[in-house]
Design a protein around this ligand. Sequence first.
Ligand code: NAD
Ligand code: ZN
Length: 248
Amino acid sequence: MDGLIEKAAQAVLGSKLTLALTGAGISVESGIPDFRSKGGLWDRYDPEEYASIYSFQKNPEKVWLMLREMEEIVDKARPNAAHIGLAELEHMGLLRSVITQNVDNLHQEAGSKDVIEYHGNSRSLTCLWCNRHYDYTEKKGEYPPYCACGKILKPDVVFFGEAIPIEAMTRSYQLASICQALLIIGTSAVVSPFNVLPRQAKQAGATIIEINLEKTVLSDHITDILLQGKATEMVSKLVSAAKKIKGL
Ligand code: NAD
Ligand code: ZN
């Protein structure tokens, strides 16, 4: 493993533009379950049903039962060593942007400045009827939260069946097309169109470094360096190796 970490660190140091793509797995050690975690939120709420815009439009009260539990979990969560390690890499000038599928705000809380939120953020709400926007603190403790127009508000997270925010999609695609190293951390890489980005980076000639507890659909064909293990451990080791090589 040490050899692989060293190789990954060299790839990051030798790259003019490095990106990190993150998924739910990077926040699991902060206490937020991914879709695969057993015995938690997603055993009671099938994501296919509860994270779909059609379900929300049909029965927002029902979907808010899940959103309320998710909000309580996210409120308690703090950034872990993997979020902090990525912020440190950015600070050292070794990472341009984090492109995340997560909606938990933990990259920003860890200190990352350039975070592209591919699936939105749960910290603001919008009314699908009159398009009014609210900060989540204005509606804290209201379940479900109502708009001034009387309709139930939706958090600004991208549900299955909704479009990706155009700016996030365009910028991610542009960066993936020119990056030289790509870190992919804690994602099963099956959600589309996010899963186009690793392929885009590969075509651009980037070195693909994957950190995951297990192999994914990317591991055998797209990934160049697989660091199999916990996100906290692998990112910390990668940051330490990069610092050591740089003599810091
Ligand atoms: P996923 O649940 O499909 O896959 C998570 C991946 O992370 C798996 O491959 C798993 O092996 C890996 N993993 C789990 N724990 C890990 C750890 N400690 N270290 C390293 N790897 C670990 O998640 P996805 O690919 O992000 O897709 C799910 C969708 O649901 C995304 O849109 C995601 O944003 C959303 N979601 C977000 C949150 C959040 O905001 N924290 C939580 C649940 C789901
Ligand atoms: Zn409204």
